[in-house]
Design a protein around this ligand. Structure first.
Ligand SMILES: [Zn+2]
Length: 349
């Protein structure tokens, strides 16, 4: 347990939660795009530990156990159902270990099951059972808070919240908003936020799928709709009105587009759309101004994005020691000992 609780920290100011472990570990060569199951937790645990540490040094206040998609449906899909419990317990242990190195909070995590269907009592039972086993392991591990994320069905999020609420721990519920601007069961983000508030969550908001530009208008609406804390964790991609989600982004370069399988940039060719750290800093300032207290970056985020977010909130995390300082650059710098000829040559760079 950390020295200061989650709700206490939120009452005082913003709380950062780095997400996006799937994409970062995929880039590093330890996780497969497609099924996106965090087998890395069991197969290369030191890589998960290192990534948590990178985000902690970059300013994340929460270390989220890497149990996203470590649920029964996904493990069945890849033929590793027997590894379900060890994978969850190991992910929780790794998160706890790293959080203790920096007085960070540890979060248990559940997510979209891809099993849920409205008016299907059997599916609802299956979803509930999946959440109950995962939340049970998180509670036994002694987490500080519980996060249920990336839901595109309000009904599924309601089941998640009901299961989490039994633990008496603080709860965060975030929705993934696809192209339609509403959840799959028809609710607008604001309507969903009101429902989640009424069911007793501590934080509600949006995560994943949308970049800052196409997520923030809905975050602002949710902020106005409810009294509880609001979460915003966009993907670090330049989504637009016409292409509001990272799944819908189309490479504007015709040469590059034609070398893509299916012409789609999602998920492993999104590089040209990546936001700079300055855009993430701008997102952080805008969100804070709106009164949004729970901030992070989802799929695609690297530690540099989280550091930029932390610095935009006025922090100086350990990794800020290496934040850019161009005064000592050989040509662009201003240090008096630099050679004038190199400084003059800067126009040719
Ligand atoms: Zn994501």
């Amino acid at each position: 347990m950390s020295t200061k609780g989650f709700l206490e920290r939120l009452a005082e100011g913003p709380v950062i939660c780095a997400e996006g472990y799937l994409f970062e570990l995929e880039r590093r060569g330890y996780l497969q795009a497609g099924a996106y199951v965090p087998e890395v937790v069991l197969d290369f645990p030191e890589q998960v530990e290192n990534l948590h540490r990178d985000f902690l040094r970059a300013g994340s206040d929460v270390i989220e156990a890497f149990t996203y998609y470590a649920h029964r449906e996904k493990l069945r899909l890849i033929g590793r159902e027997a590894d379900l419990e060890p994978m969850n317990r190991q992910a929780l242990a790794i998160a706890k270990k790293v959080a203790a190195e920096g007085d960070a909070l540890v979060a248990g995590n559940i997510c979209n099951t891809n099993v849920y269907a409205p008016d299907d009592a059997g599916a609802a039972r299956q979803v509930r059972a999946m959440f109950e086993e995962q939340i049970g392991w998180a509670v036994e591990a002694g987490v500080d808070l519980l996060i249920a994320e990336t839901f595109s069905w309000l009904g599924e999020a309601e089941i998640a919240l009901e299961v989490m609420r039994r633990s008496k721990l603080p709860t965060v519920v975030t929705f993934a908003l696809h192209k339609e601007d509403r959840l799959r069961d028809g609710a607008t983000p604001s309507e969903a936020a009101k429902r989640i508030e009424a069911l007793g969550a501590d934080v509600v908001g949006l995560n994943c799928t949308r970049g800052p530009r196409t997520m923030m208008p809905f975050v602002a609406e949710m902020r106005r709709a409810v009294g509880i804390h609001i979460a915003a964790l966009p993907v670090p991609y330049r989504t637009t009105r016409e292409q509001p989600t990272f799944q819908s982004l189309i490479d504007p370069d015709p040469v590059c587009r034609h070398c893509l399988p299916n012409g789609r940039s999602f998920p492993v060719a999104l590089d040209p759309f990546t936001t700079t750290r300055y855009e993430i800093a701008a997102f952080g300032r805008e969100a804070l101004e709106l009164g949004v207290r729970y901030l992070g970056v989802c799929c695609g985020a690297g530690p540099h994005h989280i550091r930029a977010l932390a610095e935009a909130l006025g922090r100086r995390p350990p990794a800020s020691r290496f934040s850019a300082d161009m005064t000592k650059h050989y040509a662009m710098g201003t240090d008096p000992t630099l050679k004038a000829a190199n400084q003059a040559y800067v126009r040719n760079l």
